[in-house]
Design a protein around this ligand. Sequence first.
Ligand SMILES: Cc1cc2nc3c(=O)[nH]c(=O)nc-3n(C[C@H](O)[C@H](O)[C@H](O)COP(=O)(O)OP(=O)(O)OC[C@H]3O[C@@H](n4cnc5c(N)ncnc54)[C@H](O)[C@@H]3O)c2cc1C
Length: 385
Amino acid sequence: MDFQLSEGQKELIAHARAFAEAEIAPYAAKWDAEEHIPRAQIQKYADVGWFGLTLPEKYGGGGYSALDAILIIEEVARHCGVSARIIVDHNFGAVGTILNFGTEAQRQQVLPAICRGEKLMSIGMTEPEAGSALTDLTTSAREAGEFYVLNGRKHWITGAGEREYTLVYARFGGVPGPKGIGAILVEEGMPGFTPGPRIPSLGVRGVREGELWFDDARVPKENLVVPPGSAFRNLMSAYNGQRVGASAVALGLAQGAFAYALAYADERRQFGKRLTDFQAIQFQLADMAMELDAARLLIYRAAANAQATITDRYESSLAKIFVSEMAIRVTSGAIQLMGAEGYGRHHPVERMFRDARAFTLAGGSAEIQRLGVATRVLGRPLPQH
Ligand SMILES: Cc1cc2nc3c(=O)[nH]c(=O)nc-3n(C[C@H](O)[C@H](O)[C@H](O)COP(=O)(O)OP(=O)(O)OC[C@H]3O[C@@H](n4cnc5c(N)ncnc54)[C@H](O)[C@@H]3O)c2cc1C
């Protein structure tokens, strides 16, 4: 076991840090206020090689490890959680599903376009009546000649209406339970497929959260990525990498808030002393540093053990639970450390707190992750899981 980063990884971090400080940090508050990151900005992340970092070079990817990608995502999230989420979506999640379970034709069609930033990708699982209980989803896919015809509604889909591709989880042939669920690639503009309204949110505002509507949507059969049957396990295993990516976003947000509040507290004087001269503050800083490092180790372990973007379920869930809850504590603590100034919109810490709040929900709630961990601890499947 080696706890040292390689020279190459240190260079990746240094480059990401410099890029994020110059090209992201100055604009993050504006994107949050305008609730939009311009496509030209997103294109920069593709141009610098951050989309498909983890994909093989033959598909236009960078051939980097999952850990390398995590290091970059963490750096970006220190300044802008939404930019970091966008990078996660174009390295893990649906992209990983297509890499690992799609056909060769799908890989050739989708992955190079993702790496170039020409196409962006969403993942459409959650429905109004099927959130944690994903296997209850009702969006249906019926065979009709050369097409599948989709009907149903998704909500809380990140990038809905802004991205060209969506990997949609649907129920095929009316088969109940997980065996009926497969995933199909739906493309912008396909007949019968329309984005629904935006869902206004507390944080992560630079990307659109919204609904997706399928009204006799016709999707060519060759777009079927994961067929129904016994493949639901594959769908969920491909999603574990997304959870580790999301954890790195939460970690970066917490680290960013910590660093900002620390610098403030080291300058701010009350009772004739710097805030950091008070032992109560010193203990608070020590606890924050400890939580950040513990979180980092859980994430790095899950990422270092990943195979082609797929991470272990148990390791991913442990990271996701701990980091998402830690990020709420640390970003909230950073506000406390700065007093009223921390609460002000002229500092980034309140935005980081709002953004961090998403991660005990997005990507599978902390409670559902705990069920996964308990399944491993008990060594048997649990009825509600
Ligand atoms: C910012 C954001 C982005 C998102 N992006 C996407 C996306 O891109 N694609 C997508 O498909 N989805 C997305 N989601 C949806 C997300 O995956 C769901 O919110 C999540 O799975 C929880 O489902 P729910 O919101 O319906 O909560 P519910 O399932 O209604 O649960 C409500 C609460 O009850 C708890 N609970 C439920 N069942 C149990 C149980 N058995 N035991 C204990 N507690 C339980 C939950 O943990 C939660 O705290 C996003 C959500 C957010 C907030």
